[in-house]
Design a protein around this ligand. Sequence first.
Ligand SMILES: [Zn+2]
Length: 483
Amino acid sequence: MLDGYEMTVGLEVHAQLDTNTKIFCGCKNEFGAEPNNHTCPICLGLPGTLPVLNEKAVEYIIKAGLALNCEIATFSKFDRKNYFYADLPKAYQISQFDLPFCENGEVIIQPEGEDEMKVGITRIHLEEDAGKLNHAGSDISSANSSLVDYNRVGTPLIEIVSEPDIHSPEQAIAYLKKLKSIIEYIGVSDCDMSQGSMRADVNISVAPVGSDELGTRTELKNMNSFKAIEKALRYEPRRQIKVLESGGEIIQGTLTWDDEASKTRAMRSKEEAHDYRYFPEPDLVPVIVDESWVEEIKSTLPELPDVRQERYVTEFGIPEYDAGVITADREMADFFEAVVSEYDDAKTASNWMMGDVSKLLNEEGISISEAKFAPEDLAKMLNLMDEGTISSKIAKTVFEEMFATGKDPDTIVEEKGLKQISDTSELEDIIDQVLEENQSALEDYRGGNKNVFGFFIGQTMKATRGKANPGVVNKILREKLEG
Ligand SMILES: [Zn+2]
């Protein structure tokens, strides 16, 4: 696909941990507060203050490490990463360098159109987030000004670093989606990309196929959209190949993705890049992680998406694909299980979850937990359909109403008079009328044009506003036309 070249992608995924308070102080860890309201002398880095490690943050990184099949370090420490920027009041970030909490993990992914594969995880470390600069468009009238919000400073952050196993945009996206799914399952982060609680640094290099060495890499920082990452991964390797093919050299550095122009632009080269001068954080003692604590945390892990997917195939008999789509989102999977506890046909239930339910949720931009209807309502509606009380076509109408109002499906069917007409004599009268009103079509049919049959069905459904039982209509029509 890349004419003689292979791309290698490295991903550093940051996820903000959902602790109540920040990592080294008692400030609230909360998105969306008034700027600079969740700050104190510690997270503002005032002289004379000392950090105190939040135990919950350590528990959460260990939980993430276990869910991602990592080895958990029994001895771990923090280091200072030094850089000077307005979003970082201390002028250093407390992070981890050589002794992170988790190492040597892996996840199984299923890239679109490719075979299932493993992606190695080099390490997961714990650090504090920086503040947020709001450039142009702020309420200071000049577009050249920037405002700084320190609420985010000290938010606990895990950074998950992948091995160079990823070689296509499909693999990168499958990996990111899998990480997101697992982290959401274990409940340590909400992974809301639009709020920046999950974001990725993406580094990209190309090298001739079969080469032992990786090419010089470029990096895109803080990407928070799967779509943009995918587009960048289609664009950047081709740009690099073009440079190499024309005898040029790839300059290692940071790029930015210009979504409007659909291309990468250079931001800074390595010469200008920071030397972080890591050194051990003197204000925090190393952390010794007790094995029994690790075991205790392990016992709190929920059933993870891979296991759940397998279970859906064996327990509910739905295809692996369906099981994969539904279990990728924990809330969807919980909802599905509640539906099938009251409705027997799991395949029909999964079709609805992946089809009409997902479609309306996407249109509204909400998650299943925010929907107005309950799993019991969907189960009830599907049962009405299977019993023949409503047709499958009318079921869609009932569902839309249920989605919009949260009303009980029985009530909707009653109020809107949507009950299916299966009564033979009633349908016979309607069909007689349809045939009478469409004499020329009837002649066509009798003249050998059998396709007109569908037309009569359509006219009958129309005359009953979709309420006729299609099976019964079909049978009566056959009798009348051929019998
Ligand atoms: Zn604070």
